[in-house]
Each structure stands twice: as structure tokens, then as C-alpha cells.
Ligand binder design. Structure first.
Ligand SMILES: Nc1ncnc2c1ncn2[C@@H]1O[C@H](COP(=O)(O)OP(=O)(O)O)[C@@H](O)[C@H]1O
Ligand SMILES: [Mg+2]
Length: 404
């Protein structure tokens, strides 16, 4: 505080978003109440609206209030989500509970992006877990939509969000805690990580992507953070070293590759898993896969999309059975990529060569999984042409005999 009876600068809690109603631009406060124009000029309101920005009150030198354009993140961070106050669980107030149930069972369904294939039940459970401030772990094989679902959830909640990809970090300590740095003017000082900023933000949703690939040191650091009874981060291993408390209402959403492809995934500690509720992403069946692809690429030939869906499905059932011909599966990520190549004019075989063959081993030559997949794809390529003989002649003559 200054000695003056007002303080210049941005007013921390007075932030509005702008919405267009007919021809006018109205301000909405962080409690979602329409407050009119607050004397802000039409030009400023319009500009903020067009640029997707919020307006924050500013007190200038002579104590007058004006409004400045700021990032929508400032507004979003102030919007009070429904699970705030005491970190989530509020059964006492029955009208609140009614609203929460309404949100889980009705409101939430519209929030799921159309292109995310996930059962209503699982989506509702996801929303419910977040509303109840549980830590959530999305599991499933690679490319089945874990990150996509986690991000969709974060977006639906409209709370301050933070993203960390723990699979990509080499130095867990620097990522999660921070660095000791040196500057000429300040000497040695500690610069805290953005993870610390995240856990200090009330009601933040913190996405811990690829937690299963994280370095074991990361798991150790997170152990107390994720524990409902502890919820703190120790800056140093030493007993009695300073701690940072996890703010009220902060929830964590993690993703883990747990399926039949363990290879590059470290086996996670039971203790860390126990700190989450688990939601297993379903692997799509051929019908769902086709549905997704044709929704995403309505311009692509249906037979080709069906072929992709069937090939993917075949590898999934094969790799999940003990005596299967292949040990890995074509993920939804890979089949979406493959459909994208078709959309850009590559043919079925070319698209497969780029998007899916690399996932299958060459070991064993003609008996390899790669050969098996090639033949499988080839079958669909040939099926496209009703006369296989014609196709064979054409292929053989391709290089050697000039055709006229
Ligand atoms: N269940 C799904 N519904 C819709 N798209 C999916 C699904 N699973 C995977 N995809 C597609 O694959 C891509 C990769 O998914 P992602 O969420 O990154 O997988 P994961 O995190 O499980 O490895 C997505 O961008 C999307 O195009
Ligand atoms: Mg992912």
C-alpha cells in the first residue's frame, strides 16, 4: 500500500470479458454477470472482443479508473469454478449439490468436443472427478486419446490451467522445483519453476502429461504433492527444508501409457498410482474408428476410411490375443494420420507405408510383422479394384514394358 488513498496500477480483481449482444459489446464480470459498459468506450470494448482479450480496471495517477486490455487468461483465472472453497467436496449446501449433479449429468455432455470418442459414462466420470477435486489418471495404450481427453476436460472446466509434459523432461528437479541461478546484481538466487507457480494458483488444473515416462525422481518429488493428506512440495531433500503448499482446489490430471506396449514406459510405482482415480481410455472398435475418421475427413473415399478402420481394428485384436500375428497395434493417432495423408492425395499403400509400417518390426524377414502388415494392407489395395488380374498385369508392366 502507498500513502495515497488510492493505489495506481491494475486492480487485481476487477476484470471483465466482452461479449457481443446484437450490435453492442457488453462487459461480463468474473461471476458471469452482465454489467453493461462500465463507461468503457465502444472502441475499446470492440477491440478487446475482436482480439479475444479481457478488460482490467486500472487506476491512474490522478486516481481515475480506466480500463486496459489484458489476456483472457487473467479473466479465466478469476472465474470461480464450482468446486472451489474447501478444495471441492461440499455436500452441506444442497442447492450446490443439485447444481453439481446437474452439471455432471447434463451440462457436461455438451462440453465434450464432438471429435473426442469416449463413452458418456467415462466423460461424466471424468467431469465428476474433477468437480470433486480428485487427482485423475488417464490410462491406455499410446495414441488412444488420453492427452486429448485430458485437454478437453481442462478446457471444459474453465479454470486456470497448466501443462507439463513429464515424458520430455530430462531434469525433473529443474522442471518441478526450479533452478539456482546467478546474476551480477542479485548474486545467487533461486528461480522457482512454473510448476511451483501452478500449484500455488488456487483452483488450478495441472496436467501432468506422460507421467508414466517421467524420471523416477519426478515421481518422488510429486509423492507429497499428490497426497491428499500432505499436499506440499519440498524444495530440498533435507528434513526441515522449506516447503510450498498446494493451494486450495488445485487438481492434477495425469496421463500414463499403460496397455500392452510397456516398452518405453517405466513401471510406475504403486504408491504414485494410489494417489489417483484411474480412468481407462477405451481402444476404439472398427465402427467407432470409421465413425471418427469419416467425421474428420468427410471428403475422403469411404472405402479407404473403412479399410483403415479395419486394418487398425485387426491389429488391435491380434496384438491383444496371445497367439496374435502382431504385437503392436495401429493407434487411433496413426489411423487419423493415415486418413490425413489420403486427404492430401496419397494412396492407401503410401499412407500406410508412412503412418503404420514403422510400428511393425522387420525382424524375421518374410515372416516379420512388417511383412504381415504389408500383406494385410495390400489386400485392401487390391480389393479396391474389382478385377485383380488387371491389377496384376498393370503392376508388372509398370517398370519394364512401356505401355501405349
Ligand atoms: N478416443 C479418441 N477420440 C478421438 N480422437 C482420438 C482418440 N484417440 C486418439 N485420437 C486421435 O489421435 C491423436 C492422438 O491422441 P492423444 O490424445 O495424443 O493420444 P495419447 O495421449 O493417448 O497418446 C488425437 O489428436 C486424435 O486425432
Ligand atoms: Mg499423450
Amino acid at each position: 500500500m502507498t500513502n495515497k488513498d488510492f493505489q495506481t496500477g491494475l486492480v487485481p480483481n476487477e476484470v471483465y470479458k466482452v461479449e457481443k449482444f446484437g450490435n453492442s459489446f457488453k462487459l461480463i464480470d468474473t461471476k458471469d454477470t452482465k454489467v453493461g459498459t462500465m463507461g468503457v468506450t465502444t472502441g475499446t470494448r470492440k477491440k478487446a472482443f475482436n482480439q479475444g482479450e479481457a478488460l482490467q480496471a486500472y487506476i491512474n495517477k490522478n486516481g481515475k479508473k480506466t480500463y486496459r486490455r489484458v489476456s483472457m487468461d487473467v479473466y479465466n483465472s478469476l472465474v470461480v469454478p464450482m468446486n472451489t472453497q474447501s478444495g471441492g467436496v461440499q455436500f452441506e449446501d444442497s442447492s450446490d449439490h443439485k447444481a453439481i449433479k446437474e452439471f455432471i449429468h447434463n451440462g457436461s455432455v455438451q462440453l465434450r468436443p464432438t471429435e473426442l470418442v469416449m463413452t458418456d459414462l467415462k466423460w461424466k466420470y471424468l467431469i465428476r472427478s474433477a468437480v470433486r477435486a480428485k487427482n485423475i489418471m488417464m490410462t491406455g495404450p499410446a495414441g488412444c486419446g488420453k492427452t486429448m481427453a485430458a485437454k478437453a476436460l481442462v478446457k471444459s472446466l474453465d479454470r486456470p490451467d497448466f501443462y507439463f509434459n513429464l515424458g520430455a523432461t530430462q531434469d525433473p528437479r529443474a522442471t518441478l522445483i526450479g533452478n539456482t541461478q546467478f546474476a551480477k546484481d542479485k548474486g545467487t538466487f533461486f528461480s522457482e519453476s512454473s510448476f511451483i507457480k501452478a500449484i500455488k494458483t488456487p483452483n488450478a488444473v495441472v496436467l501432468l502429461d506422460e507421467l508414466s515416462r517421467a524420471h523416477p525422481d519426478a515421481w518422488n518429488i510429486l509423492m507429497t504433492v499428490l497426497d491428499q493428506g500432505q499436499r506440499y512440495l519440498r524444495l530440498d531433500e533435507a528434513e526441515g527444508s522449506p516447503i510450498v503448499k498446494v493451494a486450495d482446489g488445485v487438481t492434477f490430471i495425469a496421463t500414463a501409457n499403460i496397455g500392452n506396449e510397456y516398452t518405453s514406459t517405466r513401471v510406475m510405482d504403486r504408491a504414485i498410482l494410489d494417489r489417483f482415480v484411474t480412468i481407462e481410455m477405451d481402444v476404439l472398435n472398427d465402427e467407432q474408428e470409421f465413425g471418427l475418421l469419416s467425421y474428420m475427413f468427410p471428403e475422403v473415399n469411404e472405402d479407404d476410411l473403412k479399410a483403415i478402420a479395419e486394418i487398425a481394428h485387426h491389429t488391435r485384436t491380434q496384438s491383444m490375443s496371445d497367439a496374435g500375428k502382431v504385437t503392436s497395434m495401429v493407434s487411433t493417432r496413426a489411423s487419423v494420420e493415415m486418413a490425413g495423408l489420403l486427404y492430401d492425395g496419397f494412396d492407401l499403400f503410401e499412407s500406410a507405408e508412412i503412418s503404420i509400417f514403422p510400428f511393425f518390426s522387420n525382424d524375421g524377414g518374410v515372416d516379420s510383422e512388417r511383412t504381415y502388415i504389408k500383406q494385410l494392407v495390400q489386400k485392401y489395395v487390391k480389393d479396391e479394384n474389382s478385377d485383380p488380374l488387371f491389377k496384376e498385369v498393370e503392376t508388372e508392366s509398370d517398370d519394364e514394358i512401356p505401355m501405349f
